[in-house]
Structures are given as C-alpha cells and as structure tokens.
Design a protein around this ligand. Structure first.
Ligand SMILES: [Zn+2]
Ligand SMILES: [Zn+2]
Length: 178
C-alpha cells in the first residue's frame, strides 16, 4: 500500500480495494482475530499539497472471532474513518507535533513514497471489538460440564447467588406452578 508521491494527480488520486494480505497478517498477528476468516478493504483519496500528503477515506473489515461465552465462530464487521497527514520525515520539529494537534493523525513519508501500511495496521488493530458474542443473548458454556447451553440444557445450574440464569429459572418454575 505504497503510493509514489509524484504520481498523485493534482486533483487527488483515489484508491479503492482490498487491503494487502501482508498488512492484515501483521495487524492481527498475536490477536484473537482468526486471519483465515478475516478480510479488509479500504477506499481513500490522496491529496498533495507541497511536501504534505493528506489521506482521507474509510476502511471496512470483517473479523473472524470466537464468541466470548460459547467460543463458537462469530464475525464482526467494523468500519473506521481514515484521516492522516503525511509529512516529509525530518521536516517537523518535535514541538510542532505536540500542542493542540493530535499526534496520532500524523505520519511521515520519505519524500518519494507514501506508505499507508503502518497507519492501516494500527487502524485494523484498533478496530478489534472489546467484546464479541455470537448473539446478544448467548447462553455460553456450562461451567460444570462444558455443554454449549445454546444447543442443549445439561441440567447443571450455576452456584452463584442471583445469577441471571438462576433467577430466570426460578421465575419460570414459579410461573409454571400456577
Ligand atoms: Zn456464543
Ligand atoms: Zn453442565
């Protein structure tokens, strides 16, 4: 995902397509994302102004994950804006970057190439959701025997007082007695 700066058209150049597999590999290496079931695409415009190159666009990724509760396969689709200003390396003094500008929205280029890869990697890593469930009301696995409670009820009950499941069960039994 490198673009030659001198090839950026005066009115801006547009990129739209799949994010290179190598970038996805690096972004999700060591994370819970299952690479084989995951993909990402990006579309953005590059605008050049003197020594600076502005990138503006969006990315979308489909992440293969395991459900937090039942460990079943689930997917999450995430979208994120892409906004970053590339400046020629060494052209910016450290103190200029700080202040009221967000350092994260800046990257450097070497004067010849704009390499979008590192920025995309970071965005792909940040896009991984904190929680992922196969469905909002996933019942999870039985703590006693490991049965997937979405599939069948093994009859074990959580010991914990006031657990949601125990409460529901008590309520259900009550309503069926009457
Ligand atoms: Zn689940
Ligand atoms: Zn059980």
């Amino acid at each position: 995902m490198r673009h030659k700066i001198k090839d950026i058209a005066p009115e801006g150049s547009v990129f739209s397509g799949a994010i290179e597999g190598e970038i996805l590999d690096e972004a999700w290496k060591g994370t819970e994302v299952e690479r084989a079931r995951s993909s990402g695409e990006a579309s953005y415009q590059l605008l050049r102004s003197g020594d600076e190159v502005l990138l503006h666009g969006r990315m979308k990724a489909t992440l293969g994950l395991a459900c937090d509760r039942c460990l079943g396969a689930t997917t999450a689709t995430v979208e994120a804006p892409l906004d970053v200003l590339f400046r020629r390396e060494g052209s910016v003094e450290e103190e200029d970057v700080e202040g009221d500008l967000d350092e994260a929205d800046y990257a450097e280029h070497d004067g010849t190439w704009v390499d979008v890869g590192p920025y995309l990697r970071e965005q792909l890593l940040l896009a991984i959701p904190m929680t992922h469930l196969c469905k909002a009301d996933c019942k999870g696995l039985c703590a006693t025997c490991g049965q997937d409670l979405n599939v069948a009820d093994c009859g074990h009950r959580p010991v914990g007082e006031g657990s949601a499941l125990a409460e529901q069960l008590a309520h259900w039994k009550q309503s069926h007695k009457q």
